[in-house]
Design a protein around this ligand. Structure first.
Ligand code: ARG
Ligand code: ZN
Length: 876
């Protein structure tokens, strides 16, 4: 828990470490409540750190210190001091062996940072600053060391794993056993991992491009061993992909993945020993949805790709987090795009960015992809650092082109292999490999906020000249400096009256990347007979908002004709947003609500278009979420948003019922399940049709839903039907479906998580009362983040309607849970509080209630740094 006043850490204060650690020898004797850790560090004064021998500062939290020795002699108490953050040791020589013994308590470690127990299995999570909860250490990423790890444990924990290669194992005299692992690559402490448990594994091999054979293993509890196949297949695909696309080969003889039920995030790229949230590894057709299959593929890829972008080249300090995360998210997104439908992957990623990252960037925690300061670094594993960070890397890719980007990345890996780098190093490699100047582009790393591009155009009939005027601005928050103009790639096309792409230049290109660098800039095109219609920001070439005065007609035209699939979808989103805005206004001014017939017909056309990828049809049909509408509004009127969206949904469902039923029926073939792109696309459309049909709340529609629920042969169809029932079905049937589903799946952790989530995101009145029961249900576990995310996160983040009740009950409930959770798991508590921190954007009634809930949290006292930072930055 926090000190009196939590300290802010600044990027500008960075200093190289005073001491380096050449080797780290760890020895663990595992006991649930009293694990003994012995560490032997070969320490040396850093020649780059200046004169003299300053005290050696080691980080350490919740550790029981047993002894300290230097070069074999026990240190007297006058030579060291224990502080709140760790240890300060007086040093009188530039090189020495430091040996520390300490004790830790994995069983009581509910923060899930450091060494902890999950269903009786020992495991670790050290990023970002968890290693200091294992032993005293310079726990910072620029201290890289070679690790050797010995694990001693009782034999009911037969599997003992750590990073690198196993070099020894055997029995101890007292009946326990041990294993010793050696990692030949120097690494920072945050990449350390240890696992001990009663686990089974599936095994495979991969032969690298240079012909080395790598052993691949996925470890789980025995009951889950049948659920590893998809992750294994994904791993092998990722390994080939990184060789082909980036020329990166794997570097150890063994690569292991372990599935763990209690985990704060998705997964962790520990060298040679990735540790995964079970939900991001385990899948079978009966138990996992299509989106779970796809998430597994992308996260397995993500963690594997970190072996180069993160491990071989790591981060100098945590302000550089986006160096590894932004780049690696870009890599995994391209991997997923290559393995599945590129357009659909892009649409999903952009939806997430627009709905959640844009909101983050407009809220109290807004920060650049390379933050300047933090109180608790765990709070900065954000959509901004990850997703916007990936968009910034994507812009480099767009500006340089594929070949030059690859040259830049090759140079980056070559220059910085085996060391800790900065975002600046990455940009420099891109510049030096290609002789380009990215000075202005660098502002993307230091400026927060979502830029807005205002685009207007004009056409001169006499000369055939068409011009686009682009002005950029960026809303800044009070505590930020005024923003400088950014270097923004805008990919465009110009459509003629027939919907074809016009030729844009002498090279005959039909698409161009405009480079916006000025506050206001004019782009001219010639040779037109009629005024073209611009298709702007194709493929979402920059993380910005584009404003252009499209008419509804023009948007429908783009929806039908744009050759850029992403922009076809985007046109549908703009159109829907226009309609929803109008409905909100009409509701507030007491006018009768109605949906334009042209809009309904445009949707009908899309639904009937059998030439379009079914997944794209599904994406276009899906109305923007309430949350994404809220993000687009300057002032959020939650009730009006809910009314408008409900009305639009029901109206479309009723008007399109015959076509929805037709498509549903045509797609409802009982094929054996396979998670391939084509089948996923078909299920996606089928289940989108199903949920629209359910929204009519007509008996025959609900009968179809009920039938799908009863006969579904895979979890995608089963969950879609259950969700439709929960939201639209009639009470007795819904209750029995919920019970039936639970009885069938109660022993499957992943399915139970899904089941909890579907209930907590139900738009039905009474959901909050149901949630209060769910947290008492035997399947709920407050110490398990997945369960917390399913129930409490599902309510606060994916249940716009019930969470934003005007009496504030949703906010006060979440606030109460945050205070309680903060004592158990600060990282998870700090995530859960976020939805109530954006009070400034809400209309008065809700805004006041949110503030009140926040104040209650602050007043409760004794907050962790995590929750304190998020709440105090929001309320001040
Ligand atoms: N490096 C991991 C990943 O993105 C994330 C781990 C972050 N963990 C944390 N507790 N903040 O792949
Ligand atoms: Zn990552």
């Amino acid at each position: 828990m926090q000190d009196a006043q939590p300290k802010t850490i600044y990027l500008k204060d960075y200093q190289v470490p005073d001491y380096l650690v050449d080797s780290t020898d760890l020895h663990f004797e595992l006991e649930p409540k009293a694990t003994l850790v012995k560490s032997q560090l070969k320490i040396r004064r850093n020649p780059k750190a200046g004169q003299g021998l300053p005290p050696l500062l080691l980080d350490g939290i919740d550790l029981e210190l047993l002894s300290i020795a230097i070069d074999g002699s026990i240190l007297p108490e006058v030579s060291y001091q224990e502080t709140l953050q760790g240890l300060s040791i007086l040093v009188d020589k530039p090189e020495f062996i430091l040996e520390i013994h300490n004790r830790i308590n994995p069983e009581d470690n509910t923060s899930l940072e450091g060494l902890y127990l999950s269903n009786g299995m020992y495991c670790t999570q050290c990023e970002a600053e968890g290693f200091r909860k294992i032993t005293f250490y310079p726990d910072r990423p620029d201290v890289m060391s070679k690790f050797t790890t010995t694990i001693v444990a009782p034999k009911d924990h037969p599997v003992l794993l750590s990073n690198g290669n196993q070099i020894d194992f055997g029995d101890c005299e007292d009946g326990r056993h041990f294993a010793t692992w050696e990692d030949p690559f120097a690494k920072p402490s945050y990449l350390f991992a240890l696992v001990a448990g009663d686990l089974e594994n599936v095994e495979d091999t991969f032969t690298t491009s240079s012909g080395r054979e790598v052993k691949l293993q996925i470890f789980t509890e025995a009951k889950n061993i049948g659920k590893c196949e998809h992750a294994m297949r994904s791993l092998k695909k990722a390994m080939s992909w990184d060789e082909e696309v980036y020329g990166r080969e794997y570097d150890l003889d063994i690569f292991m993945i372990v599935a763990v039920d209690h985990f704060n995030m998705g997964a962790m790229e520990n060298k040679g020993l990735n540790i995964f949230n079970s939900a991001c590894v385990l899948a079978s057709p009966e138990t996992a949805t299509d989106s779970a299959f796809q998430r597994i593929e992308s996260i397995v890829g993500h963690e594997y790709f970190h072996n180069w972008s993160g491990n071989r080249v790591t981060c100098r300090d945590w302000f550089q987090l986006s160096l590894k995360e932004g780049f690696t998210v870009f890599r995994d997104a391209e991997f997923s795009a290559d393995m599945n439908s590129r357009a659909v992957k892009r649409i999903e990623d952009v939806s997430l960015l627009r709905t959640n990252q844009f909101a983050e960037d407009a809220g109290p925690m807004s920060h650049p992809i390379r933050p300047d300061s933090y109180i608790e670094i765990s709070n900065f594993y954000t959509l901004t650092v990850y997703e916007k960070g990936a968009e910034v890397v994507r812009m480099l890719h767009t500006l340089l082109g594929k070949e030059k980007f690859r040259k830049g990345s090759d140079l980056y890996f070559e220059r910085h292999d085996g060391s800790a780098a900065t975002c600046e190093d990455f940009i420099l490699s891109m510049e030096d490999a290609n002789q380009v100047n990215l000075t202005q582009f660098r502002h993307w790393y230091s400026q927060a906020g979502t830029p807005i591009l205002e685009v207007t155009d004009s056409f001169d009939q006499a000369t055939g000249r068409y011009s686009l005027k682009v002005s950029q601005s960026c809303p800044t928050r009070a505590n930020q400096d005024k923003s400088l103009p950014l270097h923004i790639p805008i990919k465009i096309g110009l459509l003629d009256v027939d919907g074809n792409n016009s030729i844009l230049n002498n090279e005959g290109d039909i698409e161009e990347v405009l480079e916006v660098t000025q506050p206001e800039q004019l782009f001219e095109f010639s040779g037109f007979r009629e005024k073209p219609l611009p298709s702007l920001l194709r493929d979402f070439s920059a993380p910005v908002k584009v404003r252009y005065p499209y008419t509804g007609k023009q948007l429908i035209f783009l929806m039908r004709n744009d050759s850029d699939t992403f922009n076809r979808w985007d046109a549908s989103q703009r159109l829907a947003f226009m309609a929803l805005t109008q409905l909100q206004q009409d509701y507030r001014s007491g006018e009768a609500l109605q949906l334009q017939p042209e809009l309904i017909e445009a949707y009908r056309d899309v639904l009937k278009d059998s030439t379009l990828d079914p997944a794209l049809v599904a994406e276009i049909l899906r109305l923007p979420s309430e949350q994404s509408v809220a993000e687009m509004n300057d002032l959020i009127d939650a009730e009006a948003i809910v009314v408008a969206r409900d009305f639009a949904l029901k109206t479309l469902a009723t008007a399109l019922a015959p076509e929805l039923l037709q498509r549903y029926t045509a797609l409802d073939h009982q094929k054996p399940y396979s998670p391939n792109a084509k089948d996923i696309a078909e299920r996606s459309l089928k289940n989108t049709c199903l949920s629209y049909l359910a929204a009519t709340e007509k008996d025959d529609a609900l009968n179809i839903v009920q039938k799908q629920f009863e006969t579904a042969g895979n979890m995608t169809d089963s969950a879609a039907a259950l969700s439709a029932l929960i939201n639209y079905g009639s009470a007795p049937k819904v209750d029995s479906a919920i019970q039936e589903f639970y009885q069938r799946w109660k022993d499957d952790t992943q399915v139970v998580e899904l089941w909890l989530g579907l209930q907590s995101s139900s738009a039905r009145n009474g959901t909050l009362a149901n949630i209060k029961n769910l947290i008492k249900h035997p399947s709920f576990e407050i110490k398990n983040p997945n369960k917390v995310r399913a129930v409490l996160g599902g309510f606060a983040n994916r249940n716009f309607k019930q969470f934003h009740k005007e009496d504030g009950s949703g906010f006060f409930f979440i606030a109460e849970q945050v205070v309680m959770l903060d004592k158990i798991n600060p990282q998870i508590a700090a995530r859960l509080v976020v939805p109530i921190t954006r009070w400034q954007k809400y209309s008065d009634d809700l805004s006041g209630k949110m503030r009140e809930a926040l104040q209650g949290i602050l007043d409760s006292g004794g907050l962790s740094k995590d929750v304190f930072e998020v709440v105090s930055k929001s309320i001040n």
